[in-house]
Design a protein around this ligand. Sequence first.
Ligand code: SF4
Length: 717
Amino acid sequence: MLEDAPNGVPDRWVKTACPYCGVGCGLLAGVKDGSIVKIKGDPDHPANLGDVCAKAVHLPQSLNTADRLLHPHARNSQDKPFSRVSWETALQITAQKFAEIIGESGPEAVAFYGSGQLTTEAYYVGNKLAKGFLGTNNFDTNSRLCMSSAVAGYQASLGSDGPPASYADIEVADCFLLIGSNTAFCHPVTFKRIKKRKLDDPDRVMIIVVDPRRTETADFADLHLPVRPGGDIALLNGMLHVLIEEGLTDPSFIRRHTRDYERVEAAVKSYGLESAARDSGVPAPLIAEAAMIFGHSKAALTLWSMGINQSTAGVHKNNAIHNLHLVTGKIGKPGSGPFSLTGQPNAMGGREVGGLAHLLPGYRSIANPVHREEVARFWRTPVARISPRPGLAALEQFEALEKGKLRAIWILCTNPAVSMPDTGFVEKALRQAELVVVQDAYHPTGTTQFAHVLLPAAQWPEIEGVMTNSERRITYLPKITEPPGEALPDWKILALFAREMGFAEAFSYRSAGEVYSEFARLTRGTLCDYSGVNYERLRGEGPLQWPCPDPGHPGTERLYVESCFPTPDGRAVFIPVAHQEPFEAPDEDFPLVLTTGRVKNQWHTMTRTGKVPSLMKNCPDPFVEMNPADARKQRIRDADFIEVVSRRGKVIAQARVTEQITRGACFIPFHWGRQYGFFKAANNLTLTARDPVSRQPELKACAVRVRKLLDFPLGDN
Ligand code: SF4
């Protein structure tokens, strides 16, 4: 690990954006002698107003590490050593194998698995190549693990994906409902903004946090609702019940701008507070209090992330949130709206380019023949080349690999051997593949050990491109430093491969700017209209929020201000949703529910943050958080080493016995993969059950049992 930041006083400062989370903070990168030596927040960027968190401050230490992948490598089988090869050879080998597999088994036997850390330009090129030219919709990304339930929830309730609110709404909201989000750890700069809002007006602003754990976020709240894992819909329906009973609704908004209210009203009227308390595990008075705060507020923001989305009922949980906002008319107004927080820096951009297996660019759908026709015409490819069938979503790609139906997978900028549920299954699937191409900045990672071909990718800050943050704001990222070795930008690697596959004309881009301009034109007339945004504007004026349909347009702070929704009749839709238990209920053999999440200073699978000692020091190892009542049953004391077992695997870690987690639940952070120690990987335990619509896996709930490893006698405490 690197001990310290590169030394030096910067001789220039360059505006860019943070490559970590979906807050999308603007950064000032201090450069000296061609290297980044310092990072600070950009005071002009509306996402963070100069603030920044520790992960970004320590970015310089994570860039030129000894494990940067500098050259392409290849090998015939996963048990052989890699040989260094030229770019030409690496791309030829890959193209030959892709062509052979497509020739023998059809285009659906190959797949791409990408990442919300790709730039919009890289996403666009990969998506265009797969869907428009290779003829497979098997282009999906790790955003499937992160936000696909939010995407499907917005589509069903509001008519389209796209968070309606902005960070500026934080400054005018007087109620914050944070549900399934440890914002203090996962979106720290946004949390500090919420905190400031509360401290500026403590009597009026109220914060409600729904979480099975008393996190740092919950600690700051006025009201913490310790929901049991899987109880969110029950709780939200209970709140809806109270809002209706107490007349805290907006009948005029409901009548003029929504439909199907009666269905929801009928469903929740018979679902009283007692039922809600039983199913959510939250006492009825707390649910009622939360509803009264929400209902009496002038402006309410609901913010959520993986705790809602990573569920077999993830889409319905999103719908339940939207129901609260629709019934109170708290949407499209200053300080109000449902506002999903994206995990990754460009998960939003990925959604906009159609980087999920059922989407096409500009929030278009694979299933819609008009959309296929529009995109095919734009790409100058036969419309029949774009299959009408959605491709394999993330987990399905690995299931198809395991069954031999998928023969080749190209993994870009992500580490599924660590981040996917049920690591044992994912590793087995990768071993079955005939061809695994891994395009990454680092080697080894949990995933590169399964590669046949390794392609060195340039990373932030070595690439030019744009990213969109949670509030629909597009930020330009310049190329600041030279990539090491032979590393190339992701978009360029994909374009070179496309040329090797015989699509030279459609992929003749000479720069990221050319890719961007093409994509921006394709969004014209859609909700996520980028056509008024170009590199020049972004460099000159700074980041802009879509829709931004012409070069003179200032961008759009808030969607649906006219209460007109992108549905056929312009009305938002109430969707009745019912409580649903997690897929794997606890039982006698596995009596606890495991939930997973993050620690403060780590990012995803630690390929970058894990190399910075100061980010590691407050949590060098995973741990198991459990309630004293559950610990006592197993004679477990704080700091004991314990074994956690699910139907799929095992984790060994130290116990943190604390009242901060609700009874019946336990928590393990997911950042550590097997390369840190086989039994440190939380995803040894998790399961592949998923939401039937969004196909997002239920990473937040599986049944486990715990056992103390060394049975020391219990003391007095
Ligand atoms: Fe980067 Fe997120 Fe921290 Fe902002 S809050 S500096 S985007 S990691």
